[in-house]
Ligand binder design. Structure first.
Ligand code: SF4
Length: 370
């Protein structure tokens, strides 16, 4: 499982093909309507089925009580709503739930539910592994295995939604789990169609964020898609040499091309850009780095999210010191950059990107739920 190359058509393009039934979550409403018509069933049943799956959180066709028994049986014969299983579940005291989802072919991805005030945000994976190779990230350590299908991405959303209690409602989606979403753009956009549509999860695109290391042609395709999702670009370094080192894919792209593509996305979508910056102790947390960031960002309509690093087993990077964080922040703020230092929710269960799968021990407190 090692494929640190972008644009390669290797294992990453291979979708799993479990024998037998189709994954219902792979289907758009129109595709399900067409299937029903092909089966001699009325088209309006598709909206009822979507209502059960997306709104009433009911994955069992036999429980869809307003469908005729014959149709329930037919659906059961041809489709599964869920194809994966939950290999592990962990909950932290701050209300963060993480799932390790085992896919039909045995691959594993992680996804997270974060509770913050009234906000219920989920962070979802787009690939098994990641080819971008960011040196501080556990997800990229073994390269990428394959892209997730649309249905596999939606299934993570529904499994996390199912964990919400009475009165809790999913409010935000972030494509920031394992993988580079823009390297799997077609399936990510399909899944987000289900997330934003009224027959799906009904989440406004303004509450959906796609996070990327910055792949300019894919950013342009996303802009051409015309739906104003938020774009979060993971910068992690203010100069070419450091970014080449921390985000190796940068060697083929360069910071200027990434920022130019982000500017084009802003022009096309009108959505304020977000830049992400993982602050690594004694690596990219020096005053000169903050000053270089000011130069790059002060004239842009953008927010900079700074995330003090979470230590990952097997990697030697350190959390920055409090004084380094303070000085970094002061330089950015006095330089006119909109900056937020993000709270590290879910630390106690390794819920930050890439740590779930890697740090899992067979005898940990994880509880398999099938
Ligand atoms: S930080 Fe994101 S893009 Fe970079 S290796 Fe990890 S998952 Fe991939």
């Amino acid at each position: 499982m090692s494929l640190p190359v972008i644009g390669s058509s290797t294992a990453a393009d291979a979708a799993p093909r479990p024998a037998g039934k189709r994954h219902l979550l792979d289907c758009s409403l129109e595709q399900l309507q067409q299937w029903l018509v092909d089966q001699g069933q009325p088209k309006f049943r598709a909206k009822q089925i979507f209502g059960w799956v997306y709104e009433k959180r009911q994955p069992d066709f036999q429980q869809m009580s307003d469908l005729p028994k014959g149709l329930r049986d037919l659906l059961e014969q041809h489709f599964d709503v869920f194809l994966a299983s939950e290999a592990a579940v962990q909950t932290s005291r701050d209300g963060t739930d993480k799932l390790l989802v085992r896919l039909a072919d045995g691959g594993e991805v992680e996804c997270v539910l974060l509770r913050d005030g009234n906000r219920r945000s989920i962070c979802v994976s787009s690939q098994v592994g990641c080819a971008m190779g960011c040196v501080f990230c556990a997800s990229g350590l073994d390269g990428v295995d394959r892209n997730l299908t649309r249905g596999e991405i939606v299934e993570q959303m529904l499994r996390l939604q199912a964990r919400l209690g009475e009165g809790e409602r999913l409010s935000h989606i972030v494509m920031m789990g394992m993988g580079e979403p823009l390297a799997n753009l077609q399936n990510v956009l399909g899944a987000l169609d289900a997330a934003k549509s009224q027959e799906g999860l009904g989440i406004s695109p303004r509450r959906i964020t796609i996070s990327t290391v910055g792949l300019p042609p894919a950013i342009d395709r996303l802009a051409a898609n015309g739906v104003p999702y938020n774009l979060a670009v993971s910068l992690h370094a203010p100069n070419e040499a450091l970014r080449d080192q921390l985000v190796p894919v940068n060697r083929k792209i360069g910071i200027d091309a990434v920022l130019d593509a982000a500017d084009r996305y802003f022009d096309a979508s009108g959505r304020r850009l977000t830049f992400e910056y993982v602050l690594l102790g004694d690596v990219n947390d020096r005053p000169e780095h903050a000053r270089q960031l000011v130069q790059r960002l002060r004239k842009r309509t953008a927010m900079l999210n700074v995330i003090p690093y979470n230590p990952v087993a097997g990697l030697s990077y350190q959390t920055p010191t409090k004084s380094a964080i303070q000085e970094f922040r002061q330089i950015l703020e006095s330089g006119g950059v909109n900056v937020k230092f993000r709270q590290r929710k879910g630390d106690e269960i390794d819920a930050a990107c890439g740590q779930l799968r890697r740090n899992r021990k067979p005898d940990s407190e994880s509880s398999p739920t099938g």
